[in-house]
Design a binder for this molecule. Sequence first.
Ligand SMILES: NC(=O)c1ccc[n+]([C@@H]2O[C@H](COP(=O)([O-])OP(=O)(O)OC[C@H]3O[C@@H](n4cnc5c(N)ncnc54)[C@H](O)[C@@H]3O)[C@@H](O)[C@H]2O)c1
Length: 434
Amino acid sequence: MTITVIGAGYVGLVTAAVFAELGNKVYCVDVIKDKIDELKRGEVPFFEPMLSDYIKKNLKEKRLFFTTSYSESVPKSKTVFICVGTPPKTNGEADLSFLFSALRQTAKNLSGYTLITIKSTIPIGYEDDLEETVRKYAKEKFEFAASPEFLREGTAIADTLHPDRIVIGSSSKKAQKMLLELHAPISGERIITDMRSAQLIKYASNALLATKVSFANSIAILCEKMNANVTKVLAGVGADRRIGHPFLYPGVGYGGSCLPKDVLAFIAQSTRFDYDFELLRAVDSINNDQIERFINKIREALEAKEGKRINLDGFSLAILGLAFKPNTDDMRDAPSIKIINRLIDLGAKITAHDPRAMVNAKKILPHVTYATDISKAIQGKDALVIVTEWPQFAQLDLKQVKKLLKKPIIIDGRNLFNAQKIKEAGFKYVGIGQ
Ligand SMILES: NC(=O)c1ccc[n+]([C@@H]2O[C@H](COP(=O)([O-])OP(=O)(O)OC[C@H]3O[C@@H](n4cnc5c(N)ncnc54)[C@H](O)[C@@H]3O)[C@@H](O)[C@H]2O)c1
């Protein structure tokens, strides 16, 4: 099948690369010319494991094409996947301006019946607007479907080839058939439903994942007060198959380009539909508070308390991990941004290291010294602070770390280390909920 993917971001590029790998002819369109030029040369603008190999291979085999031109791609395509960003507006609602712009361009270039499949995460209630926007410009017959994306950055290719489920939201039998055929080589449960329910599946899933994280963080707070061990508590809770382990981990709070914005957008949508989503407001509030709780842990570990004043003047800290999660260079809404800005406001000097995200971090966090390796980041600092749980940080040689640090203090925002072992190695160790 010939398809067009609109938006060469995380979702669009992975979708385009995987459908091309499965034998389809895929055009991937973006408005940013430099990005398209790089992609034509096989250069991927961000780090995602395996993506570059898939793109290079399919460019070479002439199944994948990059362009800025809708007219070069849309008329040849049976379905157009919309994968543009839906970032948050200041009031928490999703900004749909990229979506409507992509739809107008698509509509002007339709040729023959075309299925417009929305992969972007978009709020419920805009179906008539989508329809009207396309109808205004389209001379051809078209239909809409929603097929929300559930990939995780860092494992996006594997997630797209082996998803838990493929959601197809359209009441048109023709649209359902087309999407089922296209996804035939991909495993995973098929959930066929109407468009609104499909969109709601996406928001409800992210809301529940965020709820698990905030729940774990609340249990961690209780564990600290009750002198219990959160790692054991949540291992015991998650072992129940009705609950499960994933996302039941405490830390510095959820971040990234999806959970924070989708939680806020879901709260805003619920309000528009006359429902106060109290539970989700609490999830968001717990998540926001987690940053200040972590700052207080750092302050207390350094004994940087002067009466009620919080002051980190004269303290130098090594921060390990900047990306919002391991295996990505994505800094969008990464907890590291709020943590570092707050520490700098309090007077601390920050040296940071991340295996992949330093180029992006430099644009957002200019007042940080960036270290090319872990040893350089740690050397001579008052404490080591873990913000992202890159697996290589867990392999640190503790004897070496102790020699390099000015004071043997580790504040671990991801419970990456075994508290007992670290303490036995002579460190003052502060984790979350232990
Ligand atoms: N990133 C994820 O992990 C993830 C996972 C699931 C769902 N989603 C959802 O998928 C959507 C896309 O997310 P993303 O992370 O890939 O975004 P992104 O910001 O990485 O990419 C979006 C791309 O769309 C391009 N674009 C904007 N307007 C355009 C237009 N009119 N025509 C062509 N291209 C245009 C941008 O230049 C950009 O390259 C969002 O709704 C997001 O919530 C993202």
